[in-house]
Design a binder for this molecule. Sequence first.
Ligand code: ZN
Length: 70
Amino acid sequence: MKYTTLLLIIIFFTSFRPPETKVYICGSTGSKRYHFKETCRGLSSCRSETVKTSLKQAQGLGLTLCGWED
Ligand SMILES: [Zn+2]
């Protein structure tokens, strides 16, 4: 019984690890780009605060990768 519980805990921790990539977007409404680096040149021109979000969410918002990225 204890072994089963331990096994379930292991399965839980290995399968629920979120594989999402974090990206940074400019908080202003006019931004259409996302950035992998918080220190990116494209973000330095951002006049409002930088928002950290997931890559999936950024793409879901119709954002595209910044031209300064590799
Ligand atoms: Zn960038």
